[in-house]
Design a protein around this ligand. Structure first.
Ligand code: DOR
Ligand code: ZN
Length: 347
């Protein structure tokens, strides 16, 4: 069996900078036409100029490493409490960025410059609503007394719903939704709300992370939830509903920073996402909706044309190996182990 799809895009990707950028960019460029690049560098990408400079560094890394030159990075800005509405609107009008990312301060990797209270960024958000600039949200509350497994649901209730009532015209993507609450909330919205789903949250639940020993390479944020939530994510992705699309959240960290006393959050799935998705959609008897999820729904939301190229996935009789670890300086990035046997390859 073999299926050919419009070339996919990744609507949520961490490429980092410097040597890490060079090490990982080729994995995404090999299969994807475009990717929405997350701005959580240190220091973060906050102005249009920062985004232009970062884009140039990505393009240079593509050249330097011989990665697929047709790959296009699409840029975002990191929303801080000192972000100026005019800067955001100008960067969007100039085509430098297509979205702004909201990290609640302290929610995840490199989020220290994020937002402590949504009220502090309302002028920027209302300018974005007026000018149609997309807001991508890391949808978790960060209060210390809220259980880590409840943080997404609490965010919907205490931040997202009030924000959407106040600014119904703001176009929002709930990034890396991990709960049934999240997919149901998106489904219930009549307009201006979509969600990305990651490869790993479609494949692992919290048992994979915690049973039989702690598996640091499955640790990511939002944290993997119960199986019932994973099943809800699979149903959403496989439904063909245009409000759900692929954002891998591929987030490389070195092996030593993951396998540590205080390990970093992030799963590096760029190299095997497409074969993993083929397996998930096959199991759900929904291969006919894989193209919508990976290649069509995202561009439609962002008002872009789908890619003109195609990708072909073929069912194999031999088990597909996990991609090789990637050397970075004197360390490695360990690719995502999908915790099941995969029998697909990209031709
Ligand atoms: O697991 C994660 N890793 N979640 C995020 O939100 C950020 C990302 C990273 O940058 O490493
Ligand atoms: Zn992310």
């Amino acid at each position: 069996m073999q299926i050919t799809l419009t070339q996919p895009d990744d609507w949520h990707l961490h490429l980092r900078d410097g040597e890490m950028l060079k090490a990982v960019v080729g994995s995404t460029a090999e299969h994807f036409g475009r990717a929405l690049i997350m701005p959580n560098l240190v220091p973060p990408v906050v102005t249009g100029n920062d985004a232009l400079d970062y884009k140039k560094r990505i393009e240079q890394a593509i050249k330097d490493t011989g990665a697929n030159p047709a790959f296009k990075p699409l840029m975002t800005l990191y929303l801080t409490e000192t972000t100026q509405a005019d800067d955001v609107v100008e960067a969007a009008k100039a085509g430098i960025i297509i979205a702004v990312k909201l990290y609640p301060a302290g929610a995840t990797t490199n989020s220290a410059s994020g937002v402590t209270d949504i009220k502090n960024v309302m002028p920027v958000l209302s300018a974005m609503a007026e000018h149609g600039v997309v807001l991508c949200v890391h949808g978790e509350v960060t209060a210390g007394d809220i259980d880590i497994f409840d943080r997404e649901a609490r965010f919907i209730e205490t931040v997202l719903e009030p924000l959407r009532s106040e600014l119904p015209e703001l176009r929002i993507v709930m990034e890396h939704v991990t709960t049934k609450d999240g997919v149901d909330y998106v489904k219930s919205a009549s307009k201006n709300l979509a969600a990305t789903l990651t490869t790993h949250h479609l494949m692992i639940n919290r048992n994979h992370l915690l049973v039989g020993g702690i598996r640091p390479h499955y640790y990511c944020l939002p944290i993997a939830k119960r199986e019932v939530h994973r099943q809800a994510l699979v149903s959403a992705a496989c439904s063909g509903d245009e409000r759900y699309f692929l954002g891998t959240d591929s987030a490389p960290h070195t092996r030593s920073s993951k396998e540590s006393e205080c390990g970093c959050a992030g799963v590096f799935n760029a190299a095997n996402t497409m074969v993993c998705l083929a397996s998930v959609f096959e199991e759900a008897d929904a291969l006919d909706h894989l193209e919508a999820f990976a290649s069509l729904n995202g561009p439609k939301w962002y008002g872009l044309e789908p890619n003109s190229g195609t990708i072909t996935l073929q069912k194999t009789s031999m088990k597909t190996p996990i991609p090789e670890r990637i050397p970075v300086e004197d360390d490695w990035v360990i690719p995502f182990d999908p915790a099941r046997d995969i029998y697909w390859q990209v031709l």
